[in-house]
Structure formats: C-alpha cells, structure tokens
Design a protein around this ligand. Structure first.
Ligand code: ADP
Ligand code: 5GP
Length: 211
C-alpha cells in the first residue's frame, strides 16, 4: 500500500511548525517533506532538516528540471516541494507530511486530490500577532509582511478538508492526531490488511467445513 499525503497550512505564526513537531515525535509512519527554499537560514535551523537552503539560481534550475511537485513565492522567498523525495517516501508505504502555504495547497488540490488537507487557524489576529512577535525570528519588516499576508491567507481556509483552531496547544495537537488516526482507519487505506485477514478466514473455513 502506498503512503498518503498530509498537507498542513496556516498563516505564518499559526502554529503549524509546533503542531507538526509534536505529532511527528509521537506518531509513527510519517515523514516530513523537507522543502527547498531561498530564504535565509534562521538561528537553530539546519540545512536538510527544516529546509534545503538554496540560492535563487539553484531554485530556478530545479524548476527547469521539473523537480517540484509545487512551488510558490511566499513572503518574498521561493519555496518548493521535492517531487523525488515525496515519491520515494510514498513508495515505501510511509505517509508524507507537507508544510506548505495556501498557494501550494491550491496547486495540490488539483494535482493530488486524495491528499488529507488541514488548515491551522489562529483564534484571532491579536493572538497571531502576539505569537509571531514573541517568536522573534523575523526582522520587523518581515514580521509586518507576514502579518499583512495573514488577512488573505485565513480566507483560504475553504481549500482544506479539515480546520483546526489553534487556541489551546494540547487540544490542537490532539485534533491533529485524531484526524490522522481517522484517515488511517478509512476502509480503502486498510485494504491490504483486510484482504490478508479475509484470506485467513477463507483458509479457516476450508478446515472448518471439512471437519
Ligand atoms: P508557524 O510554523 O505556523 O509559523 P509556529 O509553530 O512557529 O508557527 O508558532 C508561532 C509561535 O506561537 C511559536 O513561538 C509557538 O511556540 C507559539 N504557539 C504555537 N501554538 C501556540 C498555542 N496554541 N498557544 C501558545 N503559543 C503557541
Ligand atoms: P517559513 O519561512 O516561516 O518557514 O515559511 C513561510 C511559508 O512558506 C509558510 O507558510 C510555509 O508553510 C511555506 N512553505 C514552506 N515550504 C513550502 C513549500 O515547499 N511550498 C510552498 N508552497 N510553501 C511552503
């Protein structure tokens, strides 16, 4: 059975990074898709862990090679999902989690309609502003740009199958785990296991009927 795609978006500071870290730490069978980006590395980030950091020229070369499943310009930088990476992980039967912006989610709505898409909505603009300011990872210009872009980004909630309001962190983590668990219980995602159980029933039936 092939793994599935889990798409998570939110405005900057919405809490997707925090929720994803927690769920990856506690849920087996999910691999994080490490995107390419042209943005500068933040303190504490590692090349190849949060992102693969490349120059604009390298990014354009990757576009020309067809390496991106989707890519977009977000808050003035380019970000793209590696097609090769996704293919390899899904072929191994593992789910892949994509943390992408709403433009990327829109592209994948047509390119990967079976994906599980989840939007993380902050409870209000003032809360978002406080969280992003306290995170203190952006210059004041970048912070203003991210806040300004959030007004349009929250309106894109209707591109997604699920919405989690990230008010209380523990509740939001639990919501995300619940969605992933429920999606994994869908009949069609369990076909191989169901078939092997039914084969066992068939074998038992033959012995049962002959006795
Ligand atoms: P994103 O990855 O969407 O940009 P982050 O996960 O970095 O957002 O969250 C932005 C900031 O808000 C971080 O400093 C994080 O610790 C904090 N945060 C996230 N969710 C909550 C929450 N439910 N309650 C309080 N603080 C939160
Ligand atoms: P940040 O700079 O805060 O890490 O990310 C900025 C925005 O870019 C976030 O909304 C994040 O989800 C988005 N992003 C990260 N990787 C990708 C990607 O591969 N594709 C797209 N479309 N957006 C991405």
């Amino acid at each position: 059975m092939k793994g599935g795609l889990i798409i998570i978006s939110s405005p900057s500071g919405g809490g997707k990074g925090t929720l994803i870290r927690e769920v990856l730490r506690t849920t087996p069978g999910i691999t994080f898709s490490v995107s390419y980006t042209t943005r500068a590395m933040r303190e504490g980030e590692q090349n190849g862990r949060e992102y693969i950091f490349v120059s604009r020229a390298e990014f354009v070369e990757l576009i020309n090679k067809g390496e991106f499943l989707e890519y977009a310009e977000v808050h003035g930088n380019l970000y793209g999902t590696s097609r090769t990476q996704i293919q390899q992980v899904m072929d191994s039967g593992t789910d892949v989690l994509l943390e992408i912006d709403v433009q990327g989610a829109r592209i994948l709505n047509s390119a990967a309609p079976d994906a599980i898409s989840i939007f993380i909505l902050p409870p209000s603009f003032p809360v978002l502003q406080t969280r992003l300011t306290l995170r203190a990872t952006e210059s004041s210009g970048d912070l203003q740009l991210r806040l300004k872009n959030s007004f349009e980004e929250v309106r894109a909630y209707d591109l997604f199958k699920y919405v989690i309001v990230n008010d209380d962190l523990n509740h939001a983590v639990e919501d995300l785990r619940t969605i992933i668990k429920a999606e994994r219980l869908l009949r069609d995602r369990q076909i191989d296991e169901i078939q092997s159980i039914l084969d066992g029933f068939d074998a038992s039936y033959r012995r049962f009927a002959a006795s």
